[in-house]
Write a protein that binds this ligand. Structure first.
Ligand code: NAD
Length: 436
C-alpha cells in the first residue's frame, strides 16, 4: 500500500518505519526542515532502541522516504496518517492546531479518494473537525478514521510490530477492511484488530492512559501509607499483583509519572469531561497525587539535610521520564532539579541518552556528565530519578569514594537496603524502609 505519515516524531517515525518494514511504500512528512534533512542524511532525531537499523534498512530498500513536501506525500498515497503533536492547551485540553493544520494541508493536496487516519491522541469529536477541515479544501471523497497509538517509548518498535491490539474507529466497512489488511502483518499471532465507532476509538486511548496513570497514583498513595505504618510497598505490590484480577504491570511506586502522554492525556480527559458538565473526580485526584509525588524526593532530602540544601552538590542519575528514551517531557527529574536549584543547590546530572534533550530545557543551570560516576564527585547526595538498567548494579565502593557524603534518595527503588547498609550509605526509598 502507499502510505503517507504526517509528523515524524516518536509516533510518526516509528509508525512510518514499521509500515515500510512490512512492504508498504511510506512517505514521512514533517514541517521541521532540519529534522527532515537530518533524516535524509541518515540521522535519527530521537533515541529509540532498534529504530536506526530499521530506518536505514527501509531507506536503502527505497520503501521509506522523508520530505517536507506534503503535497507530494498526499498525492502519492491512499492512506494518510496524521501523527503530529497534540500538546496541552491553556485549559488543559488537547491543542488541535497541528492536527487541523495537517488536515487542511491534506485537503489542499488531494487528487482523488483518500483515507485520512488520526493517529495522534485526540479528544472525542476530532475526527469530525478533521473531516470539516479537509472538506473546506477539496471536493474529492475521503474517509476519516481514528486509529489511536498505544506504543511505549523505549519499546516502541516492539509495541508497534506486535501490538496487544489495534483499535480502528470507522463506520465504513470497506475502510475497516483496508485498515485490517494494512495491520494484518502485525497481528499474525492472533491479537485482535478491534473495529468500533469513531467516538469509542477516540475515547479508548484516553481511557487506557487514564487507567494506567490511576494505577501509578494509586500505588504512590499506597507508598505514602506504607511509609507511615512502616510497611514495605514492594511487598504489598507483590502481594496484590499476583492476584490475577489485578496483575503485576504498572504497580511500581516512584517519583511521579511524566512523559508526553500520561500527564497531558489525564488533563485532556478531565477537560473533555468538564466541557460536558461532568467532573472526572478520579482523574483529578490522580493528577493531584502525581503533582505531590514529584515533590517526595525533594522533601525527603529537605528533611535530611538539617542545614538546608544551599551550596551543596547533588548528583542526579536519570533525566529521561523513563528508561530507554531521551524524552524529558514532564520528567520527574526535571521537576526535582528545579526544586533543588530554587533551594540553592548545585546539580550534577547524568543520563545515558537524555543530556541533550535536558539541556534544551534547563540550559546550563545544571552541569552534565556523560559518565554517571563523574556526576558523583563531591556530591552530598545522589538522586536516582530514572530506572535505567545501568544504574541497577553500580559499584557502591567507587560511589562512596567519590561522594562527599554517601546518601542516596532513590525514586525508583532500585537497591537493596541491606547492601547499602553494608557499604555505609544512608538510603531513602519510596514507600519502604531504607537505611536511616
Ligand atoms: P512529537 O512532538 O515527537 O512529534 C510530532 C511531529 O509533528 C514533530 O516532528 C513536528 O515537527 C511535526 N509536525 C507538527 N505539525 C506538523 C504539520 N502540520 N505537518 C507535518 N508535521 C508536523 O510527538 P509524538 O510524541 O510523536 O506524539 C504525536 C501524537 O501521538 C500525540 O498526539 C501523542 O499524544 C500521541 N502518542 C504519543 C506517544 C508517545 O509515546 N510519544 C504514544 C502514543 C500516542
Amino acid at each position: 500500500m502507499r502510505i503517507a505519515v504526517i509528523g515524524t516524531g516518536y509516533v510518526g517515525l516509528v509508525a512510518g518505519t514499521c509500515f515500510s518494514e512490512t512492504g508498504n511504500s511510506v512517505i514521512c512528512v514533517d514541517v521541521d526542515e532540519r529534522k527532515v534533512q537530518r533524516l535524509q542524511e541518515g540521522h535519527i532525531p530521537i533515541y529509540e532502541p532498534g529504530l536506526e537499523e530499521l530506518v536505514s534498512k527501509n531507506v536503502e530498500e527505497q520503501r521509506l522516504i522523508f520530505t517536507t513536501d506534503v503535497d507530494r506525500a498526499v498525492r502519492e498515497s491512499l492512506i494518510i496518517f496524521i501523527a503530529v503533536g497534540t500538546p496541552p492547551g491553556e485549559d488543559g485540553g488537547a491543542d488541535l492546531k497541528h492536527v487541523l493544520t495537517a488536515a487542511s494541508s491534506v485537503g489542499k493536496a488531494m487528487n482523488g479518494y483518500k483515507i485520512i487516519v488520526d493517529k495522534s491522541t485526540v479528544p472525542v469529536g476530532t475526527a469530525r473537525k478533521v473531516a470539516s477541515a479537509i472538506a473546506a479544501e477539496t471536493t474529492h471523497p475521503f474517509n476519516v478514521v481514528s486509529n489511536p497509538e498505544f506504543l511505549k517509548e523505549g519499546a516502541a518498535i516492539d509495541d508497534f510490530m506486535k501490538p496487544d491490539r489495534v483499535v480502528v474507529g470507522t463506520d465504513d466497512p470497506r475502510v475497516a477492511e483496508i485498515m485490517k489488511e494494512l495491520y494484518s502483518p502485525f497481528v499474525r499471532t492472533g491479537n485482535p484488530i478491534i473495529i468500533m465507532d469513531v467516538a469509542s476509538a477516540e475515547l479508548t486511548k484516553y481511557a487506557a492512559n487514564a487507567m494506567l496513570a490511576t494505577r501509578i497514583s494509586f500505588m504512590n498513595e499506597m507508598s505514602r501509607i506504607c511509609e507511615r505504618v512502616g510497611a514495605d510497598v514492594t511487598k504489598v505490590r507483590e502481594g496484590i499483583g499476583t492476584d490475577s484480577r489485578i496483575g503485576m504491570p504498572f504497580l511500581f511506586p516512584g517519583c511521579g509519572y511524566g512523559g508526553s502522554c500520561f500527564p497531558k492525556d489525564s488533563r485532556a480527559i478531565i477537560s473533555t469531561a468538564e466541557e460536558l458538565g461532568y467532573p472526572f473526580r478520579i482523574m483529578k485526584a490522580v493528577e493531584e497525587v502525581n503533582g505531590e509525588q514529584k515533590r517526595v524526593l525533594f522533601e525527603k532530602a529537605s528533611a535530611f539535610y538539617k542545614g538546608g540544601l544551599a551550596g551543596k552538590i547533588f548528583a542526579i542519575w536519570g533525566l529521561a521520564f523513563k528508561a530507554k528514551t531521551d524524552d524529558v517531557r514532564e520528567a520527574s527529574a526535571l521537576v526535582l532539579i528545579e526544586q533543588l536549584l530554587s533551594a540553592g543547590a548545585i546539580v550534577h546530572a547524568s543520563d545515558p541518552e537524555a543530556i541533550e534533550t535536558s539541556r534544551a530545557v534547563l540550559g546550563d543551570r545544571v552541569k552534565y556528565f556523560d559518565h554517571s560516576y563523574d556526576a558523583l564527585e563531591g556530591a552530598s547526595g545522589l538522586f536516582v530519578a530514572t530506572e535505567w538498567n545501568e544504574f541497577r548494579n553500580p559499584d557502591f565502593e567507587k560511589m562512596k569514594a567519590l561522594m562527599k557524603t554517601p546518601v542516596i534518595f532513590d525514586g525508583r527503588n532500585l537497591y537493596k537496603p541491606s547492601t547499602l547498609a553494608e557499604y555505609g550509605f544512608k538510603y531513602f526509598r519510596i514507600g519502604a524502609p531504607g537505611v536511616e
